[in-house]
Structures are given as C-alpha cells and as structure tokens.
Design a protein around this ligand. Structure first.
Ligand SMILES: Cc1cc2nc3c(=O)[nH]c(=O)nc-3n(C[C@H](O)[C@H](O)[C@H](O)COP(=O)(O)OP(=O)(O)OC[C@H]3O[C@@H](n4cnc5c(N)ncnc54)[C@H](O)[C@@H]3O)c2cc1C
Length: 382
C-alpha cells in the first residue's frame, strides 16, 4: 500500500483539513495521529462551558471511532510523535518509523507555564484542550473561589464564564489593562467594568509568586505583597506554538513553523496549519485563519497547488457581559485612533494617514456596526 497522507493533531486544524481533503479525494490513505484522546470538539466552547453547565462529555461532538469512519481514515490516539526524518519521508513514534506521502503538522500551541513557588503547584490548572477542561471542571466542583492568571482574551472569557457559573473570581495579571495586545484602552476599560459588575476583582500589575496550601484552601502571594485566598488557580497567561520537533528536524521556524502561502514548510512534502503555523509571517491563533488554510491545503494535497488568502479576521470575544469584537490593525501598520461612545458602548477606530480603516475595537451596542466596518478593513493576506 502507498504511504499515507499523515496529519499530526486532531484539533480544529487537523480534523477540518481531513474533512476538506476527503471532499476532494476519497481514496488516498489518510492517517491522523494525536497525543490526546481524539474526540472532536470546538475549542472555543471551552471558555463558555461552565455557564452552560456542560462537562467535557457534553462538549464532545464525536468519538475518534466515529471520526475515523466519517473521514475514511485511521486515527491513532494517545500517540505522541517524537521526531521527523524528512530525508526518508518518515516520522518517529518512539522507536516506530511511520512513512508518509505528505506530512501535515497541525499540532497546535502549548500553554506557557509561569514559575510559582510554594507547596501547591498541582492546584494550578490550564485549559487548552477537552481533557484539560475535564480535569479543571472536576477540581472546581464544590469549590467557590478561583484565582485567574492572565488578562488576555482567554483569561477574560473564563472570568466571565466562571462568574456566571457562580464562582468568585480574582484576576491577576502583570499589565495595566485587559487584553493589552488586542484592545484600545477605552474598549479595555469597558470590558473590565463589565466583568467587575459580575463581581470579578482585578489585580493588575503584580505577579503570582507563591502558592501555599492552608487549612481552608490556598493562599496566593502576589509580588506587591498582597495575599489572596482561593480554592484553585486557572492559568491563562498565553500559548506558545509548538516548534521544537520541527526545529530538530531542520525545518525553518520563527514564532511558529514557517510556511509559505501554500502552507509548505522549508521541506518538501511537509506542511503546517493552525496554531503551530506561521503563514507568510502571520501566526494567528484563531479559528477563521485555520479554516481558510484547511480549504487551501486540501486543494494542494489533492493535486491543485493553492495559495491561502486571508480577508479581514475580526475576533468576537466571548464576554457576554460586555460584547466585544476586535480587529487589531495589521502588524507594521501606522494609524491614529479615534474613540466615540462612553460607558460600555465604545467604538474605537484606527485609520491610516489616507483615512483608510486599519482596525477597530467595538464594545456593547457598538458591536452592531461590525458588518459595515468589516467591509472597510484591509485583507491580512491579500
Ligand atoms: C479557551 C479557548 C477559547 C478560544 N476561543 C476562541 C474563539 O472564540 N474564537 C477563535 O477564533 N479562536 C478561539 N480560540 C483559539 C482556537 O480555538 C485555536 O486557534 C484552535 O482551536 C487551534 O486549533 P489547532 O488544531 O491548531 O490546535 P489544537 O486544538 O491545540 O490541536 C493540536 C493537536 O495536536 C496534538 N499534538 C500536539 N503535539 C503532538 C505530538 N507531538 N504528537 C501527536 N499529536 C500532537 C494535540 O493532541 C491536538 O490533537 C480559543 C482557544 C482557547 C484555548
């Protein structure tokens, strides 16, 4: 039998690519390999699951067996690839060599862990897949106080979701505003005020330095000397694209595994998409870009080399207490911000010197303007 197309990873990137490929090619052997349990799920649902009272089972959309039937593929679960040998077109799972026709890296990004002293590091959780979510949910059952680390998009979404589910949230982050990399300060202020109205207590500036077990839970010591009582800690301080195995195999890496517009790495027959991929200089850790990549790469794998293009990629942030849509100005562009509105309804627009719209942040009622504004936004990869 000829060597299969091998996809490493069964997240949204891996499974969507397999679906798109099967629409074009029903015959080529297809092998998916995943370090996790291979259930199909939508990762964005992980930060709205508590308010909807959904456990991991409730968020799972299909078991790997059903996915294998649907995709006419072999799926190896709980299997971690340990190396790639591009010269011999094979990958390694420990001692086992697996040949490939084409290899697609869809192995995502890993959570950044912050060093914390003390005797309770096991009480620090992070949620980056369905199994993480199941572990965190089990640990949070019967508890009431969660310390959240990180004021980025995911930290804010969890603050909203866990508050709606009745948890008392203290949010600690070493920055001056929420989502500093994404948001104009006016929009950040609206989101923070919304979360505060749910009871979220913000501690912006300090870091968590030590976590100790005490009789009635945990004691979190911050770098500014303050101490917070909590029952468990959820860390959402950021994600780092997985590049180590690619670098060890000699593939070009930067922030992510570097690929061109056809999703080709620096080595023939090896491609990448999703959170691990840096596509023509852009490493976007969102669903919309990976869907565009999956459609283009499926064409290439089926014999029609196809370049991906990205339109504007606005992100809807799941903070229902203060609805938020954001489209940051493309990297390297220069613009001026103007802000209209007040309170929870902020419209912050960024224009270049010629008056063209580069980006926006819309909160509250201003979110209704997103469709009209989206038409004016520049494409990210034209
Ligand atoms: C809580 C949360 C909420 C989010 N909400 C949104 C949102 O609202 N909108 C949006 O656009 N984006 C959102 N995102 C981001 C979006 O979900 C991700 O960009 C996307 O799911 C990434 O998919 P992926 O397939 O690239 O990676 P992953 O889903 O991380 O999949 C990686 C796969 O690779 C496997 N793997 C890793 N290493 C190996 C190895 N060595 N061997 C074998 N297998 C391996 C893993 O087991 C897994 O199957 C959210 C992310 C999180 C964490």
């Amino acid at each position: 039998m000829s060597a299969p197309v091998v996809i490493v990873g069964t997240g949204l990137a891996g499974y969507n690519l397999a679906r798109e490929f099967r629409k074009l090619d029903g015959d080529t052997p297809l092998l998916l390999i995943t370090a996790d349990d291979g259930r199909s799920y939508s990762k964005p649902m992980l930060s709205t699951g508590f308010a909807k009272n959904k456990d991991a089972e409730g968020l799972s959309m299909a078991e790997p067996g059903a996915m294998a039937d649907q995709l006419k593929a072999e799926i190896r679960t709980h299997t971690r690839i340990s190396g790639i040998d591009p010269g011999h077109r094979q990958l390694w799972i420990g001692e086992e060599a697996v040949p490939y026709r084409d290899l697609i890296l869809a192995w995502g990004a890993e959570v950044i862990r912050v060093p914390v002293e003390g005797d309770a590091p096991d009480a620090i959780f992070s949620v980056n897949d369905l199994e993480d979510y199941g572990r965190f949910r089990a640990a949070a059952a019967g508890k009431s106080r969660v310390l959240l680390l990180g004021a980025g998009l995911i930290g804010c979404e969890f603050a909203n979701d866990l508050s709606l589910a009745g948890y008392q949230i203290d949010l600690v982050a070493p920055c001056e505003q929420v989502m500093p990399a994404l948001l104009h300060p006016a929009a950040a202020g609206a989101v923070q005020a919304g979360l505060e109205s749910l009871g979220v207590r913000f501690h912006l500036g300090p870091l968590l330095t030590r976590l100790n077990r005490v009789a009635d839970g945990l004691q979190a010591h911050l770098s500014d000397g303050s101490v917070i009582a909590c029952d468990l800690v959820l860390s959402a301080v950021g994600l780092r694209p997985r590049i180590d195995l690619a670098a060890a195999a000699g593939l070009a890496v930067n922030r992510g595994v570097m690929v061109d517009r056809q999703l080709r790495t620096s080595h023939a027959n090896i491609y990448a998409l999703g959170d691990c991929a840096e596509v023509d200089g852009l490493n976007l850790l969102y669903v919309m870009p990976l869907m565009s990549c999956a459609r283009a790469l499926a064409q290439t794998l089926a014999g029609t080399p196809t370049a991906v293009s990205y339109g504007a990629m606005p992100v809807t942030v799941k903070t229902p207490v203060c609805p938020l849509v954001v489209s940051p100005p493309p990297l390297g562009t220069q613009g001026e911000w103007t802000v209209q509105g007040s309170g929870s309804d902020i419209k912050a627009l960024c224009h270049d010197a010629s008056g063209a719209l580069l980006g926006y942040a819309l909160t509250g009622a201003a979110v209704q303007e997103k469709l009209a504004l989206n038409k004016q936004l520049p494409a990210l990869l034209a």
